[in-house]
Design a protein around this ligand. Structure first.
Ligand SMILES: Nc1ncnc2c1ncn2[C@@H]1O[C@H](COP(=O)(O)OP(=O)(O)O)[C@@H](O)[C@H]1O
Ligand SMILES: [Mg+2]
Length: 236
């Protein structure tokens, strides 16, 4: 059986500028993995290469063995990869329910919209309470729940989450991580975070990205104990 996601020697440019260098990583189906790194390390660029928002110049990215080279973003999402973008990007003038329905555009998801909607509202009861409210009136944490819910509406097999905790209080961040932890293991999760501690508690393994290169990787429990990681990312 092939891995859910594999990157092999991937280079990514933005214009003339090389942002990612020789990135190799792999996620088995059902794994929860974090990519850690400070602002500007290249985390969002890496996710953009996976979703087809940016091309990759060298190497290969494979999803269950199938190369994503040359695919457009809508083709990648059609295969079952969904992203929760940095800054959430909910449709502020649409209601909670309308936002969620927007996420059900991949063809196999459309026919199961009612069922998936019920599952998402069950996972995030706050969204059920606010179902007819406009998204712009929600708190930051609720908007993050909505952005995750919208991604789940596409019934992805791989969920990419960019900066889950950015701008959120620790308590609400923890509750969102708890909801993610309750998700079916059929959904593989790749998480990108500047805020390292909760991400490591959630993930089984992590990669550390610095200046566009993977500098470290290992089991989350090991990285949490690592003096260098603690100094650089945990402020200890
Ligand atoms: N649209 C863009 N055009 C050019 N350079 C960009 C763009 N977005 C990001 N960059 C640059 O790419 C590098 C990595 O950015 P990014 O992937 O957003 O990092 P992170 O998500 O880890 O904060 C940074 O040096 C940033 O300045
Ligand atoms: Mg980013």
């Amino acid at each position: 059986m092939s891995a859910c996601l594999e990157l092999e020697h991937v280079d990514v440019f933005r214009g003339e500028t090389r942002i990612l260098w020789d990135i190799s990583l792999a996620l088995e189906a059902g794994e929860r993995v974090a990519i850690l790194g400070s602002n500007g390390a290249g985390k969002s660029t890496l996710l953009a290469a996976v979703t087809g928002a940016l091309p990759f110049a060298a190497g290969d990215i494979r999803f269950f063995g199938r190369s994503l080279r040359g695919l457009k973003a809508h083709e990648v999402s059609g295969l079952g990869i969904a992203i929760v973008p940095e800054g959430r990007r909910v449709y502020r003038d649409m209601t909670v329910i309308e936002n969620l329905e927007m996420g059900a555009y991949p063809k196999p998801a459309r026919g199961r919209l009612r069922q998936t909607l019920a599952e998402v509202l069950d996972l995030f009861p706050k969204l059920a309470e606010r179902r007819d409210q406009r998204a712009g009136t929600l708190s930051g944490g609720e908007q993050q729940m909505l952005a995750i819910g919208r991604a789940l509406m596409g019934r992805p097999r791989l969920l990419l989450v960019d900066e889950l905790s950015l701008g959120l209080a620790p308590l609400i961040t923890r509750s969102i991580y708890q909801s993610l932890a309750a998700l079916d293991r059929e959904i593989t999760i790749l998480l990108v975070e500047q805020s390292v501690e909760q991400a490591l508690h959630f993930s089984g393994r992590a990669y550390v990205l610095e200046n566009g290169r993977i500098e470290r990787h290992g089991p989350a429990a090991e990285l949490l104990q690592d003096p260098e990681i603690r100094r650089a990312y945990l402020g200890l």
